[in-house]
Write a protein that binds this ligand. Structure first.
Ligand SMILES: C[S@@+](CC[C@H](N)C(=O)[O-])C[C@H]1O[C@@H](n2cnc3c(N)ncnc32)[C@H](O)[C@@H]1O
Length: 495
């Protein structure tokens, strides 16, 4: 009996030993596999989703061309801010944080990019035998993304934490992925899903490129109007419009008028760069005024518009000498026809402009080279009143389109005796500028870009605590009322 129990004990010991050896083997095999997975970029290839090492940030470049002068400005900003491993691909800058204390402050020094995003995850989807379902992919993305670090960056750039979210993705990803990921993130962080058409505090972008999935969280962005173009009702190019507005020398509080504003592209550009001035537009064409209004709505800038004939005496609804700066591109009798004699039209226009323009004011007008600018010059001379002598102080030709050379003329109130008018010369703010053509355009574009403001936080500041309370109040109030009503009903039944 004793012998039998001794044997049993020995068998049991051997079995236990074998189990431990087997477990150790499995454990070491798992460790080796895990090490290989780490070295190869980690992840479970059989599941068609493997996490890849990736850059910390990406910045959407202003131009796809690496050699663009605005991209050169961006590169020097990235380098001087201490970012590392800077790489340009597909119109995007990829980079890592350097040895700095604050990434948020270093990121704020970058101005010449469209936006900056933190990369929360980079995964390889090309190993999948069968494509993952939206639910499976969302689960893996949720598990693998560096949410904590990304959120820290987001709060550092906006100085407050998000409470609403949206996930957006390109069409090449499984349908329903956004909703699945939104659900998981709502559960993970307690945020609310933002309704369609409203801006969320945090927008997560899922971008698929060449079998790779990027999970990107926008941190900062440059205003679209500053980048240029994009007006819903475009007209004159933004660089040329900026050059005209720059020549006006707008100061804070100035009243700036375009008496024939059309779609308002000149005024719009002035409003983007000199927002502390007041802007007024007039036009005979109501449709043009509507276009101007929608351009300003898009810009989120203020403008006062008047439907009026600016060639009539008193047509511009302002008192004599009450306008500080006038910017005008009158019709050249091409796209916009002139009723009657152009010389008479221009002369009446200048008379009305000079009536409202302050004696110390400035006038910038745009004509086409050749006959039009000549007629405009003659008209300005003929429109002068006694004691007032607005003369052209500088005149600049530039390519408006491939076939049209525009001329910008700057006029000031100067003593009549020494005012024979200016020849063709560079504008004072231009510095060493090329003569004309594409080089001049690039020179102006570069000067405009030097004034880019700092990037803005990626979404509107989060509502303050009072607002959050206001938002939650109706729900809580309803709960309270329901409970009270229930109690009242219960009491009535009991008593
Ligand atoms: C070349 S467009 C102006 C472009 C505009 N400055 C811009 O920035 O897009 C000329 C405009 O002058 C307007 N116009 C023509 N005759 C006018 C008049 N007598 N009074 C006011 N506006 C007039 C036309 O309706 C047209 O919109």
């Amino acid at each position: 009996m004793l012998q039998q129990s001794g044997e049993l004990k020995r068998h049991f010991q051997w079995g236990w030993m074998a189990c431990r050896v087997r477990a150790a083997c499995l454990w070491s095999r798992w460790c080796v596999l895990a090490c290989f997975a780490c070295l190869a970029g980690t992840g479970d290839h059989s599941l068609g989703f493997s996490v890849k090492p990736h850059a910390q940030y990406l910045a959407v470049a202003v131009s796809d061309r690496y050699r663009d002068s605005l991209n050169e400005l961006a590169l020097s900003e990235l380098e001087s801010s201490g970012f590392r491993n800077i790489d340009f691909a597909d119109g995007r800058w990829y980079f890592d944080a350097g040895l700095r204390l604050s990434d948020a402050r270093a990121l704020a020094a970058i101005k010449h990019v469209a936006s900056i995003r933190a990369i929360a995850l980079c995964a390889n989807l090309s190993t999948a035998k069968d494509p993952l379902s939206a639910r499976e992919l969302a689960l893996r993305v949720d598990e693998a993304a560096k949410w904590k670090a990304t959120l820290k960056e987001l709060t550092a750039t906006r100085r407050c934490s998000p409470s609403t979210l949206r996930v957006v993705s390109r069409r090449s990803l499984p349908a329903g992925l956004e909703q699945e990921l939104e659900k998981l993130l709502v559960r993970r962080f307690g945020w609310r899903r933002q309704v369609r058409g409203r801006k969320a505090d945090i927008t997560i972008h899922l971008c698929a490129r060449g079998g790779m999935l990027h999970v990107e969280v926008p941190l900062l962005y440059q205003e679209k109007a500053v980048l240029g173009g994009g007006l819903p009702r475009p007209g004159l190019g933004h660089v040329e419009a900026w050059a005209c507005a720059r020549s006006l020398q707008i100061e804070s509080g100035d009243l700036v008028l375009d008496p024939m504003c059309g779609k308002g592209t000149l005024l719009a550009e002035a409003a983007v760069w000199w927002p502390s001035a007041n802007f007024v537009g007039c036009d005979v064409d109501k449709d043009q005024l509507d276009c101007c209004r929608s351009n300003f709505e898009w810009l989120q800038r203020e403008v006062s518009l008047y439907h009026t004939d600016a060639t009539k005496m008193g047509g511009i609804p302002f008192q004599d000498g009450s306008v500080d700066k006038v910017l005008v591109a009158p019709p050249w009798n091409r796209q916009y026809r002139i009723q009657g004699d152009p010389e008479v039209f221009y002369c009446s226009m200048f008379k009305e402009i000079l009536r409202v323009l302050h004696p110390a004011g400035r006038l910038v007008f745009l004509g086409a080279s050749g006959k039009t600018i000549h007629k405009l010059e003659v008209a300005l001379r003929n429109a002068q009143k006694e004691h007032r002598c607005f003369r052209i102080v500088s005149k600049r030709s530039f390519f408006l389109t491939r076939s049209v050379t525009g001329v910008m003329a700057v006029a000031e109130n100067t003593p009549c005796e020494n005012s024979e008018g200016a020849g063709w010369k560079a504008l004072p703010w231009e510095g060493q500028a090329p003569e004309n053509g594409r080089d001049l355009y690039n020179h102006w574009r570069h000067l405009r870009a030097l004034a880019f403001p700092e990037l803005r936080p990626a979404s509107e500041p989060i509502r303050d605590d009072n607002e959050t309370l206001r938002h939650r109040l109706p729900k809580r109030f309803l709960v309270l009322v329901t409970v009270l009503l229930g109690l009242a009903a219960f009491r009535r039944q009991v008593l």
